[in-house]
Design a protein around this ligand. Structure first.
Ligand code: G3P
Length: 229
């Protein structure tokens, strides 16, 4: 499963990207608004930083306007993927942009029928929002599972990009459910690394190692290599 970061904050992206496991970035109008500044420059800077797809969302609500905005946004950088809302106008725009070779991410998906239609419109990615479904007592992970099943039934190529992920369990659950990508906020990304048994195990190893005589690995290996020659 690929990991995208769901943020427009350059510091968060830089820090997470330095680990080497980030495959792309998703943004939305709320995330861009939160950061302020020049949004075009923000898209460009993210694209230059991350070696993978970067979603930039259209604002127009009619098909023609979305296609126009999509064509323009896609010229910012080759990494740009055009994010479109899952409306009838959005799906029509998805079809037209796909036909022109522009990659798309159809967002705000809350039921499997919408995901099937997005795949038929040629979407590169479909973004089901599982956290927002869980918020209203629906089964967000179940939706990912259903979409994976339907796409498998028909060999549909659209990638399932699980969005609105709120905690590490969501991340694992969507991996089990067959998501191709999980897009996660930075705070969830850092939580994925942690386990108290990892920390206590590491502390014990360090303590036991401190009882080994001449325990400087670098020094000892260098010396051993020198004596070997
Ligand atoms: O990419 C979509 C995602 O950002 C929505 O997350 O937490 O606003 O439901 P959330």
């Amino acid at each position: 499963m690929k990991i995208f970061l769901d943020t427009a904050n350059m510091d968060e992206i830089k820090k997470a990207n330095s680990i080497g496991v980030i495959d792309g970035v998703t943004t939305n109008p709320s995330l861009i608004a939160k950061e302020g500044g020049d949004f075009i420059q923000t898209f460009y800077d993210i694209c230059e930083l991350v070696n993978g797809p970067v979603s930039a969302e259209t604002i127009a609500q009619d098909t023609q306007g979305m296609v126009r905005e999509g064509e323009l946004l896609s010229q910012i950088h080759e990494h740009i993927v055009i994010k479109l809302p899952l409306t009838t106008a959005g799906l029509a725009a998805c079809k037209q942009l796909t036909d022109r070779g522009i990659k798309t991410n159809v967002t705000l998906c809350f039921q499997a029928s919408q995901a099937l239609l997005a795949a038929k419109a040629g979407a590169t990615y479909i973004s089901p929002f599982l956290g927002r479904l869980d918020d209203i007592s629906h089964d967000g992970v179940g939706l990912i599972r259903d979409i994976a099943h339907i796409y498998d039934n028909y060999g549909m190529k659209t990638e399932i990009l699980a969005a609105s992920i709120r905690h590490p369990k969501h991340f694992v659950d969507v991996a089990l459910a067959g998501a191709d990508v999980a897009t996660i906020p930075a705070n969830v990304f850092w939580k994925l690394f942690n386990h108290p048994l990892t920390d206590s195990g590491n502390t014990r190893f360090l303590h036991d190692w401190s009882t080994v005589p001449n325990n400087n690995i670098e020094q000892q290996v260098q010396e051993w290599l020198k004596n070997r020659i």
